[in-house]
Design a protein around this ligand. Structure first.
Ligand SMILES: Cc1cc2nc3c(=O)[nH]c(=O)nc-3n(C[C@H](O)[C@H](O)[C@H](O)COP(=O)(O)O)c2cc1C
Length: 216
């Protein structure tokens, strides 16, 4: 063990046995995944389900839903933040990162999904607590040929406005989703499964890195 400590950071074999080196790795990361579709047979929700089963060992992906989030109405807000919104806000605030699984509607973000994020950004004084420097990542599935590329791009100004820390190290655009999933919603396309696995590994590694201002 002593030998491992002396070469810590450079050793690959000893690190497995060294409690000092393991302590950082053994903390499970808790990530949240939110699908932007309410549809029972949603490809995006199916993609989220697949992701939950393909996480690296040191991270878990908890499924949260946009169901139950009301339409944003400033008059409702003046009476108080709806309970479903507060619950989701607190879940995000307590998570290490958020994975958005976004459909594409008319080359952009589906209204129901954007509506949820808009609610989560209220009141604006709470944005920092919920979103500030939070590692976010995007994936999406579409039956068409472009796999939500425009929807994912449309999310970027939103994530920037909210002060998140988006991960740009990987991309997952699941096109022709009808062929990638079977009739039960299982992700059957092996190539896409491998892409998803690699995406999740890269994203989790990014979440585990501390931003420069925190590591000083
Ligand atoms: C209003 C509407 C607009 C759509 N626009 C697009 C689009 O711009 N690009 C695209 O690839 N698919 C588009 N679609 C098809 C969706 O990708 C498809 O319905 C998909 O299955 C939705 O995601 P889900 O399966 O997770 O519900 C649109 C669907 C709807 C209902």
């Amino acid at each position: 063990m002593k030998r491992g400590c002396r070469v810590r950071g450079r050793c690959t074999i000893i690190r497995i046995l060294c409690p000092a080196s393991q302590s950082k790795r053994s903390v499970m990361l808790k990530l949240i995944g939110i699908s932007g579709s309410l549809r029972r047979g949603s490809f995006n929700t199916a993609l989220l389900r697949a992701a939950t089963g393909m996480m690296p060992d040191d991270a878990e992906l908890e499924v949260q839903s946009i169901r139950g989030i009301p339409l944003y109405d400033g008059d409702v807000e003046t009476q108080g933040i709806p309970a479903a919104v507060s619950v989701l806000k607190d879940a995000i605030a307590g998570a290490d990162g958020v994975l958005l699984i976004t459909p594409e509607y008319n080359n952009s973000i589906p209204g129901v999904f954007k509506n949820t994020i808009d609610w989560l950004s209220r009141p604006s004084a709470d944005i920092k607590r919920v979103f500030g420097a939070k590692p976010f990542a995007l994936i999406g599935a579409s039956p068409g040929n472009f796999g939500t590329i425009l929807s994912q791009a449309a999310w970027l100004p939103v994530l920037r406005t909210l002060g998140t820390r988006p991960w740009f190290g990987g991309r997952l655009l699941v096109s022709r989703a009808g062929q990638a999933f079977d009739e039960t919603g299982t992700l059957k396309d092996e190539a896409v499964r491998e892409q998803l696995r690699q995406f999740l590994a890269g994203y989790v590694a990014f979440v585990r890195e501390r931003p420069p201002h925190e590591s000083k």
